[in-house]
Design a protein around this ligand. Structure first.
Ligand SMILES: [Fe+2]
Ligand SMILES: [Fe+2]
Length: 251
């Protein structure tokens, strides 16, 4: 099963699965797997159109390791729609913002598994993966009101969900940051809810030692482009700050 290894050292691996192309109008989405010391976490596994392929790739990549966590950065269908299948076919525990634990079951969570969908408190938390803490970092309103990122201190990868997303159809490393801006600017201005939220996030994560920023759609940032992306976010006006004071009523 083709995939990109973003990091590998000792018993620690960070895998980006190759695009499973949900097809049609479905937006391209990345699925990431973190493995540490025999335990795995799948991030934003996606919906029904890719479920069986992502599940097969996950089991194959895990080898003898066991899936421990299903991390859901927020409540969108391209992230949570197949949560029931993941909970039915594994013993893993799913985590989503406490704002969304009573909404995700509307995608059809079997009563046998719904107790394995657990809330992340607003302030974030740590999750122990095979003896290594992963940090669940608040990123509220970027774009969902209950929204989290994952920071892996071993690989120094920050997984940012929809933040950093690009829609040019590629899922490789960004080569030229300036040339990449048009692929993400419109999305961020409209989908990210607020400039204030974006700046709070930049201030929060600047203290982390980040080698890769890996979004759920499109290309990822490495090397000097990590700082370029943080600086770009710091200066971007988005969301409600761009609203006109009144809507024109359709006539
Ligand atoms: Fe989303
Ligand atoms: Fe998304």
């Amino acid at each position: 099963m083709p995939h990109t290894t973003l990091f590998e050292s000792g018993g620690h691996r960070n895998i980006l699965f190759d695009d499973f192309a949900a097809g049609g109008h479905a937006v391209q989405a990345n699925q990431h797997l973190i493995v540490h010391n025999g335990a795995g976490m799948i991030l934003d596994p996606g919906g029904h159109k890719v479920y069986s392929k992502v599940l097969a790739a996950t089991f194959q990549t895990l080898g003898g390791a066991k899936l421990k966590y299903i991390f859901l950065s927020h409540q969108d269908p391209d992230i949570v729609a197949a949560t029931n299948g993941w909970l039915m076919t594994t013993d893993a525990t799913a985590y989503v913002s406490a704002l969304w634990t009573r909404f995700v079951p509307h995608f059809g969570l079997d009563s046998l598994v719904e107790k394995r969908l657990l809330p992340i408190p607003d302030e974030g938390m740590k999750l122990d993966l095979g003896g290594q803490d992963l940090l669940i970092v608040p990123a509220h309103y970027l774009h969902s009101s209950g929204n989290f990122h994952v920071y892996d201190p071993i690989s120094k990868i920050l997984y940012t969900g929809d933040l950093g997303a690009s829609i040019n159809g590629k899922n490789t490393e960004v080569a030229d940051f300036d040339a990449h801006i048009p692929a993400m600017e419109g999305f961020h201005k409209r989908y990210m809810a607020s400039t204030r939220a974006l700046r709070a996030w930049v201030r929060s994560v600047r203290g982390l030692d980040i080698s890769i920023i890996a979004p759920q759609h499109g290309q990822y940032f490495t090397g000097a482009n990590v700082k370029r992306f943080l600086d770009w976010c710091d200066s971007l006006e988005c969301g409600i700050e761009l609203l006109e004071p009144i809507y024109k009523i359709p006539s």
